[in-house]
Design a protein around this ligand. Structure first.
Ligand code: 4AD
Ligand code: MG
Length: 479
């Protein structure tokens, strides 16, 4: 049996008492032909392997280069040196894989995040990405734990669909038709009846519509899967492929929905604080170092961990869209014409600079905005009595902007079909969705949390490309 090894993280929690162990990992550094800092990805902390002078042949020592992979057997003893509590005194050392130092692009020094993005296949071997992706894992686990404990059913909604849940037309087409000579109808249009699925299909932008079918049978469901948007947004908050969590609850109104979303976000933060303390401390330190380069007024008032604690311990600010427009209109920022997009008044869509002003400058905490004008929201949202607004809610987070989008759904068949007509959404295509309104309709609501934006919030990473393993963005699908 080969895999009889102790993980470095577990090893470092033990007391050094001469115990014999085997560790395997990648070399971070090798000093004085004697001290190897070995990392196995379980923690940013390395185990220091100590070789005795003359113990191993020079030929072998030469091959201990940065990122070579090793198997080391030895005994654990209290360290004589500063900086670590234990050493692994090697008795056997085997090189599992050599690493040509001349060709290996990662050196034991600080690299920029931009450079690391170009070598995303290797960046997990850095401390920063080690921390980020261990936290990402933890948050994903916590998503399931949270909903499982509440009795929600995890539903796998389709990746390939024929519908546009958001009605925004930002879809990637899925087809097996030949590009050079697709079949055409008599009118000369591409004939999707001849396509693989017998109709035009695309990658899903959201699992919500199918989620509603589940909620109106199980009561409460959630989805957690990849979603795709062909929007040409080259920003630090947009991906063409991102993961979304979408709970959907029957017998639930807008306020219940907001309560659940707030509880959920706080749960995820609390879970990371409890289970990823070491990685959060590392990232917090990293962020503090980075901010030292910024002018005083651009630095954050709170460190990463303090920010997370603050969010955990304070209620999110709730207000309506209408109230938000008033605040923006009356702000000095607006009066001094500092917004790039002018505040034109009620009915306008909020730009991310407006959202960030509300969250970062005005309230200085997460904000839940509700009851938006129906014109700027999707067809499925419940229409309010005023005839102008819908029961929508967005959660805005400091440093991120929109992190959650959700709503109470229009459960009244006549109101829903009326709105679909106004928005030119063909009823025939959504017959199955409308059936839920025909057969025992119920008040229901749900929301979508952008998983990468949540990981960004918890890790403090400024660019969304640095919290997903292999980002897909306009012009880029490497790896
Ligand atoms: O606001 P959105 O478009 O809402 C929906 O898709 C609804 N069907 C959700 C629901 O009610 N079940 O997207 C939800 C969240 C956003 O708040 C944002 O966090 C994230 O998904 N998101 C993106 N994240 C990364 N890159 C993109 N291009 C994103 N677009 C949306
Ligand atoms: Mg949205």
């Amino acid at each position: 049996m080969f895999n009889k090894r102790t993980r470095v993280k577990e090893l470092l929690q033990q007391e050094p008492a001469g115990q014999e162990v085997t560790v395997m990992g990648w070399v971070r550094t090798f000093r004085n032909n004697q001290f190897i800092a070995l990392n196995d990805g379980s923690t940013n902390n390395n185990i220091q392997v100590v070789l005795e002078l003359g113990q191993f042949a020079d030929e072998l020592l030469k091959r201990i280069t940065t990122s070579a992979s090793l198997r080391v057997k030895g005994t654990i003893q209290a360290s004589l040196g500063k900086g670590q509590k234990m050493d692994l005194k090697a008795s056997e050392l085997e090189i599992l894989g050599d690493c040509d130092a001349e060709k290996y692009p990662l050196q034991p020094k600080k690299h920029s995040l931009e450079f690391l993005r170009e070598i995303a296949h290797l960046r997990f071997r850095t401390n920063t990405f080690g921390s980020v992706f261990r936290i990402r894992h933890s948050l994903a686990f916590a998503v399931h734990k949270f909903f499982h404990e509440k009795g929600f059913v995890y539903m796998h909604t389709p990746i390939i669909t024929a519908s546009d849940a958001e009605g925004a037309g930002e879809m990637f087409r899925v087809t097996s038709l030949p590009f050079d000579n697709p079949p055409r109808t008599e009118e000369g249009q591409i004939d999707f009846k001849k396509d693989f699925f017998g109709k035009s299909t695309n990658l899903t932008v959201s699992g919500q519509l199918e989620g509603e079918l589940g909620a109106t049978a199980f009561g409460e469901i959630y989805t957690f899967g990849p979603t795709f948007r062909a929007e040409n947004s080259n920003t630090a908050r947009h991906l063409a492929e991102f993961w979304m969590i979408e709970p959907e609850m029957a017998f639930c109104d807008l306020e219940d929905n907001m309560n659940l979303a707030e509880e959920f976000i706080k749960y995820l933060i609390g879970f990371a604080m409890e289970n990823n303390r070491e990685d959060l401390e590392f990232l917090s330190q990293r962020l503090a170092e980075e901010e030292k380069q910024l002018p005083q007024d651009k630095r954050s008032e709170l460190g990463l961990i303090e920010k997370l604690e603050f969010v955990l311990n304070n209620e999110f600010q709730r207000l309506t869209y209408t109230e938000a427009i008033e605040i923006l209109r009356e702000s000095n920022h607006n009066k001094k014409k500092k917004f790039q997009y002018e505040i034109t008044g009620w009915g306008m869509d909020l730009q991310s600079e407006h959202e960030r002003y509300l969250v970062e400058k005005h309230f200085k905490k997460p904000v839940i905005l509700s009851n938006y004008p129906k014109e700027i929201k999707a067809f499925y949202m419940r229409q309010n009595e005023d005839g102008k607004t819908v029961a929508a809610m967005d959660i805005l987070a400091p440093g991120i902007g929109e992190i959650v989008g959700g709503s109470q759904r229009e459960e009244r068949l006549d109101k829903l079909t009326e709105r679909m007509k106004e928005m030119h959404i063909p009823e025939e295509e959504l017959w199955w969705y409308l059936d839920t309104r025909r057969f025992g309709t119920v008040p229901h609501a749900g929301f979508g949390l952008g998983f990468e934006r949540m990981v960004q919030f918890v890790t403090g990473m400024a660019n969304i490309r640095d919290v997903i393993a292999f980002p897909r963005t306009p012009g880029s699908a490497e790896f």
